[in-house]
Design a protein around this ligand. Sequence first.
Ligand SMILES: [Zn+2]
Ligand SMILES: [Zn+2]
Length: 273
Amino acid sequence: MIVDYHTHTSLCKHGEGELEEYILKAIELGLDEIGCSEHIPMPNDFDLRHRMTVEEYYSVYAPRITDLARKYQDRITIKRGLEAEHLPSSEEWVKKFIAENDFDFVIGSVHFLGRWGAEKPLFHKDYEGEEIDGLHIEYFEAIRASAESGMFDIIGHCDLIKKFGFRTSKAIDEAVRNAMEAIKRNNLCIEINTSGLRKPEQETYPSETILKRAKELRIPLTLGSDAHKPQDVGKDFDIALGLIERYGNGKVCVFEKRRRKEVRVSTLKAITM
Ligand SMILES: [Zn+2]
Ligand SMILES: [Zn+2]
């Protein structure tokens, strides 16, 4: 069994391509399942640069998943997912949106620090000159809170903050440990997200240092490319599969209607190592 549970489309405005192109790429690679996990729409035009509107979700994205799941049912399983935000004071909205939809899985991601309304985005903002340790501690504290929110199944790209610099000291260790323990306590899994390999840091999210901790705590793993264009579906999964073997006992989490199962991961047919 092999899955890619983290994909976007042009609907999030910083992605390219139609959902069907992502699905065709997943079929070409021999994936068993693809998870459609666009950024959650938010009210009051919040961060519209990086997401669809609520109206677009219900009139375009959600019905498109239904139609394509039917169209390709003999070739691939299409799962209804979501990449939700965790941002203090947005919980009620996010909870309600999740409850109103029939998701197979929900990824919880931290893309902003601070509170809703006074948030600092982590998308493109240049954090040059900010105190790197302090920023990392604030980020991992937010990951801990997202794990404790009870809203999610998968914690997304759980060390995304490293994109602003690796120059951290021992001071962040405790925050990382607290975050990982909260993920375990709340029975969540983490994704091996290969998009970091396509960024200047050239490393998966999370790093092997964090994956080692995940293994010690027996936190289960799943797989996501975070593709923002069709050709990135399943990208670098040869590397991710090696990490699943090393840190996840060769098992990957799959979801149906938010119920989790761990299954043995298989190799990709079309990827040559
Ligand atoms: Zn994300
Ligand atoms: Zn994403």
